[in-house]
Each structure stands twice: as structure tokens, then as C-alpha cells.
Design a protein around this ligand. Structure first.
Ligand SMILES: [Zn+2]
Length: 133
């Protein structure tokens, strides 16, 4: 897969002097760089089977979709990390991914979280007309 966005690993915010913190951030960046195809906002994101509302999804092609409601939520980055973790660790069950997300959120510095915030898309979906009944 061709990486679609530039992540210059030499120019990213440093972790505090901790091997594990560095590993967590680097794992997120490498997945973004090489294994995520596209990130976009979606209105009313929901599970196609259960119809339950979702905050984020990632498909087999590496397309991440995030629910537009969280666009101004500071924790949108945490949701992005969650979806990146699914992409990086495809065989891990949901509870393991939730745990990774929590660990990452505690481990990353504010500068690193802000760096990841840049990958949240600027473009928002156009309003769609309600289907007529
Ligand atoms: Zn999940």
C-alpha cells in the first residue's frame, strides 16, 4: 500500500525518557504512515449489522471513519488512536484495543497528542438531504 501522508519520524515530538512511551508513539506513527489509507469524518456513523451508533471504524483497506459529532471533542484523538490500534493489531479483541487506547492516552505527551490531532481531517462531509419517504 502506498502511504498517503507524510510522517517524518525525525520531526515528531519526543517521548519522555522512557522506552515504552517511545514504543507506543512510534507504533501509532508507523501504522499511520504505512498502514492507514484514509481518515474521514462521517455523519451518523453506525454499525452496518447492529445499527448501533459508533465513534469510529476501520475497514480491511485501512480506511478510518470517525463520527462527526466528535470533531470538536478533545478526545477525538483518542478515538483515532483506538482505530489505528485495530489496524495495527487486527487479531486483538475489543477489550485489548480499549486497554491499549487507555495506556496510549496516559503515556503520550500533550505535544504528541497535538501532533496526532493534525491527522484528523479538515474536510467535513456535506449535509445530505433527508431521504423522502
Ligand atoms: Zn474498537
Amino acid at each position: 500500500m502506498k502511504p498517503i501522508r507524510k510522517v517524518d519520524l525525525r520531526k515528531v515530538p519526543k517521548s519522555e525518557d522512557d522506552v515504552w512511551a517511545g514504543w507506543v508513539f512510534r507504533m501509532i506513527l508507523l501504522t499511520l504512515k504505512y498502514n492507514v489509507h484514509k481518515i474521514s469524518w462521517k455523519t451518523h456513523l453506525k454499525d452496518s449489522r447492529t445499527k448501533k451508533g459508533l465513534e469510529g471504524t476501520v475497514d480491511m483497506a485501512g480506511n478510518i471513519e470517525l463520527d462527526l459529532r466528535n470533531r470538536n471533542n478533545p478526545e477525538a484523538v483518542s478515538i483515532l488512536i483506538h482505530e489505528i490500534a485495530h489496524r495495527a493489531m487486527r487479531f486483538m479483541p475489543e477489550e485489548m484495543i480499549l486497554l491499549f487506547e487507555a495506556i496510549a492516552w496516559e503515556t503520550l505527551t500533550d505535544a504528541q497528542k497535538n501532533y496526532l490531532r493534525r491527522f484528523l481531517p479538515r474536510k467535513i462531509p456535506k449535509k445530505t438531504k433527508k431521504p423522502r419517504k
